[in-house]
Write a new protein. Structure first.
Length: 277
């Protein structure tokens, strides 16, 4: 993972996500990062007057560059990678998802300054996680970077697809973390024994997995609460979930476990996509 995309909205959540991304970049040997800010021009309230876009762009450019300078000043040893900035105009989730094509990882905060649209449609981070062109790592606003020694993988039948298991193995080569495959058993779920068989088949397809792992079953009516409690009890630094890509309206209308997890996350959440090579 050489190229990181870090969306920011100048909130404390995005500041924290940037700091997390820099420590992660140093750990995995990343080469460069793009700090991107997306804004949508709004009326001033006076007869729906919207200032000229060029003037708004100039103001936002200064805000973005000043924000980066502040972040650099807070890093006494300097930044571990080359960081460039880019300003985009449009709906944040749309622009970030589109921009993510060609990057290896998006790192962003889970709580920012989304305003009324965020409250109505769900968070920008939730939408990006469902639509991005690469894996997405979401950082809760109060979580600081810690070496990744334990990962909790949300185990369900679709999540054992060959594509996503290979992505998990590739990601974990960077950390050699202990992986906990955790199935939250609800009343109507597929029996865990069937899931275990498919998972073992994918894990051992090319020999022994290059990391230690274990499988666990948790009984809970809520997948989100079950995974979160397990992660906290076992000191996991990351929870990994697999999801399918969804379009704009489908993402708004679909109440997925991943979306619920994004909105409630207290542990960094890595989103891998089932339908992406």
């Amino acid at each position: 993972m050489k190229n990181l995309l870090i969306p920011v909205d100048f909130s404390n959540a995005s500041r924290n996500a940037f700091q997390y991304a820099m420590e992660l970049a140093a750990r995995i040997g990343a080469e460069q990062a793009k700090l991107v800010h997306v804004f949508l021009p709004e009326s001033s309230g006076e007869a729906d007057f919207i200032p000229p876009v060029n003037a708004l762009m100039e103001t936002r450019h200064k805000l973005l560059n000043d924000f980066l300078e502040e972040l650099i000043s807070e890093s006494p040893g300097g930044l571990p990678v080359d960081v460039q900035t880019e300003l985009l105009v449009g709906f944040p989730a749309d622009e970030i998802a589109s921009k993510s094509e060609g990057y290896d990882l998006v790192v962003m905060g889970t709580t920012g300054d989304g305003g009324v649209l965020e409250r109505v449609f769900g968070s920008v981070s939730s939408s990006v996680s469902q639509r991005a062109g690469c894996p997405v790592l979401l950082i809760p606003k109060d979580v600081r970077y810690a070496p990744i020694k334990h990962m909790v993988y949300a185990s369900h039948y679709d999540a054992h697809h060959e594509t996503v298991v290979k992505k998990l193995i590739a990601f974990n080569r960077l950390f050699n973390a202990h992986v906990h495959f955790v199935h939250v058993q609800r009343n109507k779920d597929i029996p865990f024994e069937k899931e275990q068989g498919k998972l073992f088949e994918e894990l051992f397809e090319q020999g022994d997995p290059p990391f230690a792992f274990e499988m666990a079953e948790v009984k809970d009516d809520s997948v989100v609460e079950g995974l979160s409690a397990y992660a906290a009890a076992h000191g996991a630094q990351v929870i990994v979930m697999a999801t399918r890509h969804r379009g704009f309206w489908e993402n708004i209308l679909h109440s997925s476990q991943t979306k619920k997890m994004v909105l409630a996350a207290e542990t960094p959440l890595l989103i891998l996509h089932l339908d992406m090579d």
